[in-house]
Ligand binder design. Structure first.
Ligand SMILES: [Zn+2]
Length: 320
């Protein structure tokens, strides 16, 4: 945090809401009794951190303080460790003013870390095998991102056939249009009232908020592309790619595939041909759901009775 302040003095350095809540909850479990009181306190805490403006924050703070009156150890911890020094970095009243594109926790990093740990299995691989593994993981993720881009460009969602989205279909990520649709649902309560709207999605995500959408639908006109932050329309890794649907072409991609195909060995050729067949004949597929339920949380657990010496040791094979 000190380094960020020095190197990027104008940047707002947020803190992970998930981990702060985890710490607060643990402290509450240790210092507050009975259990019923813990639930009450955690509810007041949640209301506090999701305060949408400063006035609401101080109101919720008074309620929180009242509930904690008999738990001074817990209250002092929360107040001195988190609220006084850091509230601007995690309470919504302040983070709602920052363009964070929805990243208010470290979830992205955590899940990348989890994927890597799962794929590496242990900490004793030599640098060659670890490099290979990390490389193939990144290639795989890169392909998944490209696939999600393609989905945003091609897939038609019936819900978004409204002319309001005419300029956005196939140009924005599906995720961005979902956000706009959620704001569109608020229009009936908010209309063009800015105070009622609070315009959070505009400041945090760079997307049109309910009051803005209300103005477009009154004219009526479609949401213009320049009302959207450029971050949401980046659906390619190419620097020079055109975003004009009329200029879309797959010639470059086909050429690359043909070239790649010629360089492959026989098993590689069969595998690539299989993938292309799936695109050419979409009614057939080689994919099946996994037979057993796949566990997707936590690091792989080791069965203690079966842990071999190799698994327990953190020493590398010196010959590497
Ligand atoms: Zn608004």
């Amino acid at each position: 945090m000190n380094a960020v302040e020095n190197v990027f003095p104008k940047a707002m350095n947020l803190l992970c809401l998930f981990h702060i809540c985890k710490n607060v909850k643990a402290k509450c479990k240790m210092t507050v009794f009975p259990k019923k009181k813990q639930v009450q306190i955690m509810e007041a805490w949640e209301a506090l951190i999701y305060s949408y403006d400063e006035a609401q924050y101080y109101m919720k703070l008074a309620i929180f303080e009242g509930i904690c009156s008999s738990c001074s150890i817990f209250y002092d911890y929360v107040h001195e460790q988190w609220l006084i020094p850091h509230k601007e970095r995690f309470v919504e009243a302040w983070t709602n003013r920052v363009m964070h594109f929805g990243n208010t926790t470290t979830q992205r990093v955590e899940s990348a870390h989890w994927s890597l740990k799962r794929i590496l299995q242990d900490s004793i691989g030599d640098i060659c095998s670890v490099w290979e593994t990390i490389n193939s993981m990144i290639v795989l993720q890169h392909n998944e991102i490209i696939a999600s881009f393609e989905k945003s460009i091609i897939q038609k969602v019936h819900r978004y056939s409204n002319r309001l989205y005419a300029n956005l279909r196939g140009v924005l990520s599906k995720n961005a249009i979902d956000h706009i649709a959620a704001e569109y649902d608020r229009v009936k309560y908010v209309s063009i009232d800015q105070t009622e709207c609070r315009c959070t999605i505009r400041t945090t995500h760079g997307l049109p908020c309910a009051c803005e959408i209300a103005r477009y639908s009154m004219i009526p006109r479609s949401i213009p592309l320049d009302a959207i932050h450029g971050w949401w329309s980046k659906l390619t890794f190419h620097v020079d790619a055109s975003s004009q649907p009329s200029e879309l072409s797959v010639k470059h991609e086909i050429d690359v595939i043909v070239k790649k195909f010629e360089e492959l060995d026989v098993p590689g050729k069969i595998s690539l041909k299989g993938k292309l067949r799936e695109i050419a004949y979409p009614s057939t597929t080689s994919m099946f759901p996994p037979v057993a339920k796949v566990k997707t949380k936590g690091a792989p657990k080791k069965d203690k009775s079966k842990v071999s010496k190799r698994d327990k040791s953190t020493k590398r094979d010196p010959s590497w």
